[in-house]
Design a binder for this molecule. Sequence first.
Ligand code: C5P
Length: 303
Amino acid sequence: MSVTVRVPAKVNVQLAVGAARPDGFHDLANVFLAVGLYDEVTVTPADELTVTCEGPDAAEVPLDRTNLAARAALALAERRGIEPAVHIHIAKDIPVAGGMAGGSADGAGALLACNELWRAGASRAELLAICADLGSDVPFSLVGGAALGTGRGERLTALEVGSTFHWVFAMAGRGLSTPAVFREFDRLAEGRDIPEPVASRDLLDALAKGDADALAAAVSNDLQPAALSLFPELADTLDAGRAAGALTALVSGSGPTTAFLVRDTASAQKVSEALLASGTCRTVRTATAPAPGARVLTTDRTA
Ligand code: C5P
């Protein structure tokens, strides 16, 4: 018996960051776009909770109870008063510690998969509440598509997207810690007035119209200066993608993955080749957006 769930990565086309709150988090206006790079999470009954991982970055994935997939299974089991006796296998294609919500994807995927495996019957609202407890980006991994996240990013409003957008992603040679990037944001912000984060009307209109040029003109990421401060070489990657014809280039979330909006598949190919040839990144991937949220792929009750 097993259940497999497929979950997308995300890019933030706007990440407006407010001042640090008393709880240490930051209020955000966070425009998420799910992109077609996926992790697959498979859960199988087992004697105890175990996690395994395959994929190019598998060695960097923690297999203990700090893994968001393990925490998701524990959270659902605790709510239902059952043993979290499950083996969680993650087929990982989303970069690790890359600013593309890979860990969040595994949390949302394991939650949906365990809900199905255990026939736990958690409603969408209950699943979303558990996701929000697990991390700020986890609810979006469940819903996918495009959404505005407010609060610390977990309160979602679905957004219209008028067309398919083409992206290239450049993976860096090392990861960046999200808390470290937020701390650097705070350090750089010291002594400055930080405005309330608000979603850009131009950006939401560009998404709704499916207008890639307008979207390119409107994207923004308030964490980018902090990510560049901790990882200055990312500026060379951004430059290489722009020089190859990307409509815009930005750091994805807290980084260090860099994201390049391009006009079409031909341009995606050209920008990918130029980024690889530049020697400023570890690998490149192309993907389209928006992508659907976490989905059950297979439920095998016979095995
Ligand atoms: O919510 P999540 O566990 O993904 O957040 C990871 C870290 O990122 C937090 O511990 C915090 O340091 C930072 N963060 C923040 N403000 C947010 C979201 C995350 O400061 N809105």
